[in-house]
Design a protein around this ligand. Sequence first.
Ligand code: PLP
Length: 382
Amino acid sequence: MPSILTADQQAEFIKRGFSRRSFGRLATVLTAGATLPFYNEHALAQLSRVHNIPPDAVLINANENPLGPCTEAAEAIYNVVKKGGRYNYDLTDGMTRTLAEIEGLKPDYVAAYAGSSLPLHTSVMAFTSPTRSLVIGDPGYEAGPRAALFVGAKVNYVPLRKDGSHDVKAMIAADPNAGCFYLCNPNNPTGTLTSRADIEWLLANKPAGSILLLDEAYIHFSDAQHGSDLVAADKDVIILRTFSKLYGMAGLRAGAALARPDLLTKIRNYGGEMMPITGMVGAETSLKLKTLVPERATALKAIREDTFAFFDKNNIKYVPSVSNCFMMDTKRPGMEFVKAMAGEKVYIGRVWKAWPTWARVTVGTKEEMAKFQAATLKVYNT
Ligand code: PLP
């Protein structure tokens, strides 16, 4: 079957270690869009729970934000709906410029996306290949590995250190020819941080031609330093940002990739779209509210710490997290616990192969976490 790839694309793929036989899959993605074969958080959350969820269920399974967008963003979204008959590119430019300014970047170092799943997938596709692997901490967010496997790249899973940080030395040692190092900070599912020194060490020691894919989906919940100055310094790093977490816009869709323009060009080859103007104005309005991040992070922290105090009181082990999710010891195959909690109408997250007796839980509202605590007391000791 003749490939629809151009001669230049074919030459580039052969250089990256793809065989002519694998062109078909790449062509599928390049023509049909990159999201279809992969998973995002919502799809992954669906895997770990039963369907037909009752309307009064507690949903703390997909790292969503029950608060939704802030009032100001919701109003801006409502007002822009009437303009939905036009593409309104300027609204995407506005969001991009505002984010660039806040992060100390030139506007062409920021690419807007409808969430961060697409740039996550396309970054992995652009920098891994049958000869250049993906390296990821374990347990880690599964979307990257799925994209890597789709293009025939090997995935190297490197256990997190005991404190939940990424073992950057082991990550570099995992493959001297890796193409992409995925580091989620704070990590999904553990909510743990990797130090700035470790991130810099990884960047300084990674193989030539590879990238650090620094996923900062949850950075706003923590007080960790943003990595954007590494982007401003033209390092081989792509940062992913999303408005699905602290900003409460998972269903509205807004996100961004921050990177050198030449890296952004590489990932754009694998997909991108017109942005929904609702997501763009919601994102820009949220960014401009200086109090939003600290207020929401502080409120969530109080609920998270209250949950941890409950665990301490009841001798339940957990990983101290700085994010909107945490791992808890279920003391049995994790999925058994997940299912028993669903029986109490509390839907918690999934289980990772590397930690089969632990499950991930998203921090919900105070009321939701009270129901989580009650259900846990009932289920945990049975
Ligand atoms: N990265 C991480 C670590 C995530 O947990 C998620 C979603 O939960 C995403 C990226 C993608 O989210 P979205 O596409 O909603 O921005």
